[in-house]
Design a protein around this ligand. Sequence first.
Ligand code: FAD
Length: 344
Amino acid sequence: MPFNDHYVIIGNGPAGNHAAATLREKDKDAKITIISDECVPFYYKPKLTEFISGTLKKEKLMVNTLESYEEKDIRIRLGQTVEKIDPDTKSIFLKHMEKMDYTKLIIASGGRQRVLPSMTSFEEHLKFVTSYSDVMEYKEQIKKAKDFFIIGGDLVGFRFLRMLRTIGKNVSIMIYPNAFWPYNLTDEMLDKITKRLSKYTPDVIVKDDISSIESHKNGTYQVATSKGLEKKVDMVFSFNGLMPNIDFAKGTGIDIDHGILVDEYLKSNIDSIYACGSCAQIYNPTIKNYTVSIGWPNAVTQGKVAALNVLGDQKIIKSVGRKYFDMEGAMIKTTWWEDIDDES
Ligand SMILES: Cc1cc2nc3c(=O)[nH]c(=O)nc-3n(C[C@H](O)[C@H](O)[C@H](O)COP(=O)(O)OP(=O)(O)OC[C@H]3O[C@@H](n4cnc5c(N)ncnc54)[C@H](O)[C@@H]3O)c2cc1C
């Protein structure tokens, strides 16, 4: 039997899907498998808030259908979690005890919610919007709820606030300057953002801190702040950026810091393992340091480059064009965030 390479990709977001499509384009014979712990095909995370409000139907949220993987002869394993990697035997281990061998592995496992250290004691009361399954868990509850409290204030949080206001909800928001990780908002930026957000809600709270969140038997929450504010709300959401999702790589011999450490070719310290998208921390030879990559367009570009390099190319990753992003009136220089329309 001829030996065909098996390229395994952990992650079904833009990085993983563009890696898989590029691999298939360049190598017609290889076996390609994408593994995802989510139960839906590739979808637009940036459109989740529109999906919650009901202005976007599920068909429009999806980038891929299950048939589109079949058409490209890409195997998709949904609802399966990678728990461990063994680089010595080139195997991954899934939660349901299955072992899968690979020739080359691309880690594209994205990001998960970042919880501020001061919030860990009441984390159980916080809700997040980072995935389709989060949204499906809360969609109905959001419809019924009236009063919301948002903690943090990254780009997604502000978008979520505007969406809640358009569907007639009452919203308080407490903005933390370090919510916009890896950036810190300056006082000047905070002023501008507060002014702009005040058009949407009178309850913009800055330079304060949450001191407690208590749940009541009737399902509501009492939020208290250090400066003595008290709010009774139906749901508390936290938006403090995303952190690389790399627990399964810990203790495997793969070099990690915040994310999977890779060189400018997206290769890790292990020859057969590459990483791309929000889980990667990429070496930048100009600043001689590693930076975590965020944003949809970077994930797309990196997925393609990782695939080409897996196949033997030597493409250096460049971040998507530097531009200023208007964050509620404060201009932030970013190489990574774009307004996402359809991929087509
Ligand atoms: C609500 C929201 C709105 C956003 N809006 C914008 C925007 O407007 N503009 C913009 O540029 N960016 C936006 N982003 C960020 C953008 O979506 C991400 O930068 C992008 O999705 C990163 O792509 P990725 O492929 O690296 O990872 P992801 O899209 O996060 O995909 C990671 C994949 O890995 C899988 N996975 C993780 N761990 C495991 C495991 N152990 N086993 C199996 N599978 C695993 C996950 O299930 C998922 O399929 C937004 C993000 C969110 C959450």
